[in-house]
Design a protein around this ligand. Structure first.
Ligand SMILES: NC(=O)c1ccc[n+]([C@@H]2O[C@H](COP(=O)([O-])OP(=O)(O)OC[C@H]3O[C@@H](n4cnc5c(N)ncnc54)[C@H](OP(=O)(O)O)[C@@H]3O)[C@@H](O)[C@H]2O)c1
Length: 259
């Protein structure tokens, strides 16, 4: 029987590319995001191209009842989730003191709360079956503080720490937890986060969402716990801990500043 993956944030960027890869690999899918039309078009395309079944659950996952509704949707239709991909996430560029509070709260609810709750809802079934895979999309932002995107970087610290601890807790079962850590990647993220003019975007060539998704898929299949995309990002993440935090924080500020 084909396995089924649930992918959040499947309407664009890394999540959409992950959906295409999982479909190619013969997985049935549950796709979630807010933009239903995009998800329905993707469902049609994937079902026509591959012999798989795709379900769509359109919702704002930052809303407090949304993770539970998504879980109920799967339970009511007997959709066993073998692979959970917590990918949906947003950023916000600028000084914290000037940030729009509603957007900040939504970011925390989406990047942290919904990811944690979805994991809490779907993990017991995996434990019961003695098998399962989870991938949480963190970031290279997980490894240091990020002035001008302070809350976003902090949410991704959380995702990495939570994922590594959980990977340890479920190691006795055949369950793996992978924290995917992309660096800046071509997607709609920069526009949503209002960071097109950040120097971070100009300075570094960005890989495509498709390349990052393929890397993430391979890491998930291999049960890798922390998967950092790209050699330069891997080196940065491993040496950064040897530098003074205050200095690292000042360097990130410089990189993030607008021209
Ligand atoms: N791109 C980068 O540079 C980069 C780097 C490191 C990590 N990441 C992480 O990668 C993940 C995917 O981002 P991406 O780069 O692929 O960006 P993206 O193209 O903007 O995709 C974000 C996805 O999340 C969904 N989403 C946003 N708000 C939502 C909400 N309230 N409820 C449900 N779904 C919501 C969006 O769909 P709807 O708008 O249809 O809801 C979209 O499908 C995020 O967790 C991001 O933090 C990105």
């Amino acid at each position: 029987m084909s396995k089924r993956a649930l992918i959040t944030g499947a309407s664009s960027g890394i999540g959409l590319e992950l959906a295409m890869i999982f479909a190619r690999e013969g997985f049935n899918l549950v796709l979630s995001a807010r933009r239903e039309e995009r998800l329905m078009n993707l469902k049609e395309e994937l079902e026509n191209t591959h012999s798989i079944q795709v379900h769509v659950f359109a919702a704002d996952l930052s809303k407090s009842d949304a993770p539970d509704s998504l879980f109920q949707f799967c339970t009511n239709q007997d959709l066993q989730i073998d692979v959970l991909i917590n990918n949906a996430g947003i950023g916000d560029y600028g000084f914290f003191s000037e940030a729009d509070w509603d957007k900040t709260a939504t970011m925390i609810d989406l990047n942290i709360k919904s990811l944690t709750q979805l994991t809490h809802l779907f993990l017991p079934g995996m434990i019961e079956r003695g098998t399962g895979k989870i991938m949480n999309v963190a970031s290279t932002a997980s490894f240091q503080p990020g002035p001008l995107m302070s809350v976003y970087y902090a949410t991704k610290h959380y995702v990495l720490a939570f994922s590594e601890a959980l990977a340890n807790e479920v190691a006795d079962y055949d369950i793996t937890v992978t924290a995917l850590c992309p660096g800046p990647t071509q997607s709609e993220f920069q526009e949503t986060a209002n960071m097109e003019k950040s120097k971070l975007m100009d300075r570094f060539p960005m890989p495509s969402s498709a390349d990052v998704a393929q890397y993430g898929f391979n890491a998930l299949q291999n049960g890798k716990r922390v998967a950092i995309y790209g050699v330069a990002n891997k080196i940065m993440a491993s040496i950064i801990k040897f530098f003074p935090r205050r200095w690292v924080t000042a360097v990130v500020r410089k990189i993030q500043e607008r021209e």
